[in-house]
Write a protein that binds this ligand. Structure first.
Ligand SMILES: [Zn+2]
Ligand SMILES: [Zn+2]
Length: 336
């Protein structure tokens, strides 16, 4: 039986925290149950999951649908799409059965890249290696969710780019409905013709991007700050959304960060002046409504606004700081 290898390259950058990443996990599970109900897919499809954030890793190596166990996903800073493309190339070169004069090898792989932002690493070298291999290595689809996706970049990586309106659970679940239908219909075709999956009917809110005229994107529609709670010493991600009228970033929401969030490093990101920040996201652990920045380690700490002495202690590095009110300061943002 010839296999149809399917690679899912999933963006696990911190901007996917909360509802979007939960929706992707659910989506992978529903993809799997749809493929298991499809006799062609059950026979032929093998799936691999590659995740990318500060690094890229093979979460699940190429595994047949019947044996596949969906991975649990968690966020880290950064969007190392280039590294993920490198792992994809390695797997295609290593794991695929090649066609010889005696046997028919695997079908050309289908690759789906799901992302909400822009790569933070060198994606171009890997993209060029993939795009210039002949015959082509895979049929690559990129699905950009939300307003920060740069389709000029994605168009240099993928054969077809699709765009989902936003990062809601509803939009992401529609992406996976389309994906399930696409993989299912490909598995029923027993030839090597290139598939035009974009011809599988689109769901509402999902559209094919015209790469001759890539849509505008918002370079920094959101900014993110890592903040440590002075009471619990745990970290959270505070999100601020750009108000296009005032050009300032308005306090939106906060999410507790997973324990291993910083374990593999944090990419450098530009600083943002506090004069561009409007409001304060309350600490999700203790409810504190202010924050201070440590002079020494530059970490933001939540702050209740009350201090018996005129000093505060940084919950990250332990430095005792004099409280000092300033009009504006530069705050280290994060890569998203
Ligand atoms: Zn707190
Ligand atoms: Zn500190």
């Amino acid at each position: 039986m010839r296999r149809l290898p399917v690679y899912l390259l999933l963006d696990c950058s911190e901007s996917m925290i909360g509802e979007p990443l939960d929706a992707v996990e659910d989506g992978v599970r529903s993809l799997l149950s749809a493929l298991r109900r499809n006799p062609y897919a059950l026979e032929s499809v093998s799936i691999s999951v590659i995740t990318f954030d500060v690094k890229a890793r093979v979460a699940i190596p190429l595994t047949e649908v019947g044996m596949f166990r969906p991975p649990s996903l968690s966020v880290k800073p950064g969007t190392s799409l280039g590294a993920a493309l490198g792992l994809l190339r390695d797997s295609i070169e290593r794991d695929l059965v090649k066609t010889t004069s005696e046997t028919k090898g695997d079908f050309k792989p289908l690759v789906f890249i799901l992302t909400d932002g822009q790569p933070t690493d060198d994606w171009k070298r890997q993209a060029t290696l993939i795009r210039t291999t002949r015959p082509s290595m895979a049929n690559i689809y990129s699905i950009g969710c939300g307003e920060e996706v740069n389709f000029e970049i994605m168009g240099q990586i993928a054969d077809v780019c699709l765009r989902a309106s936003d990062l809601s659970a509803d939009a992401i679940s529609k992406v996976f409905v389309w994906l399930s239908a696409s993989v299912g219909s490909s598995s029923a075709k027993a030839d090597d013709e290139p598939m035009l999956l974009a011809n599988v009917p689109m769901a509402d809110g999902l559209e094919v991007v015209d790469l001759a005229k890539p849509p505008n994107f918002a370079e920094k529609a959101w900014v993110y700050f890592h903040t440590v709670c002075t009471s619990s010493k745990k970290f959270f991600l505070a999100r601020y959304r750009l108000d296009p009228k005032t050009k300032s970033y308005v306090a939106a929401d906060a999410f507790p960060l997973p324990e291993d969030f910083f374990s593999e490093g944090t990419p450098q990101a530009p600083t943002i002046s506090s004069s561009k920040i409007d409001g304060q996201v309350p600490c999700p652990f203790c409810g504190a409504r202010y924050s201070f920045m440590c002079d020494k380690c530059k970490t933001l700490n939540c702050f209740s606004g009350k201090s018996s002495s005129k000093t505060v202690t940084c919950a990250k590095c332990g430095t005792v700081l004099r409280l000092n009110f300033v009009d504006a300061m530069d705050i280290g943002g994060s890569a998203g």
